[in-house]
Design a protein around this ligand. Structure first.
Ligand code: DQA
Length: 150
């Protein structure tokens, strides 16, 4: 089901620290698509799924937590790339644990194939699922998963 013909479902795409640097940040790892391109890609995928996609990025843990609270209070599905907070932010994890709608953790790269500190996600256990390693397509897969969630 893709929610066609009904009011668009609002979905938040939340990006953590350093993701605003995409395009020039370690392009061998993260590719050459910049953050504006990633946001535009998410909006276009969202349009096809009849989602009203709200794409945000912050380097601040407090701001990210506030946005998760907003999603919790509004029962808004979330695609979350916690970036480095993935690996150690219990505060962000505790916010995600309160989810009231589907929350999917995404990564552009495949952290499991990288440095050891990236092998731990403190977020995964409080997400509905994790999609990693497909570049911007990780986000498209997550949005599609939300569209097909029963
Ligand atoms: C990332 C992977 C994290 O380990 C890293 O800290 C990031 C980006 C990814 O999308 O591949 O900032 O979340």
């Amino acid at each position: 089901m893709t929610n066609s013909g009904t009011k668009p479902t609002r979905v938040m795409v939340i990006n953590g620290p350093n993701l605003s640097r995409l395009g020039t940040r370690e392009p061998d790892v993260y590719g050459t698509l910049d953050y504006a391109g990633l946001a535009d890609f998410c909006l276009k995928v969202g349009e096809r799924l009849n989602f009203e996609v709200d794409v945000r990025q912050s380097d601040s843990e407090a701001e990210l937590i506030g946005w998760i609270h907003e999603a919790v209070d509004g029962s808004i599905p979330v695609v979350l790339n916690p970036a480095a907070f993935t690996h150690y932010s219990y505060a962000l994890r505790d916010a995600c644990a309160q989810r009231t709608a589907t929350l999917i953790e995404v990564h552009l790269s495949n952290p499991a194939a990288r440095e050891e500190f990236r092998h731990t996600s403190v977020i995964s256990a409080v997400a509905d699922g994790t999609i990693a390693g497909f570049g911007e397509r990780s986000y498209a897969l997550a949005l599609t998963a939300i569209a097909t969630a029963s």
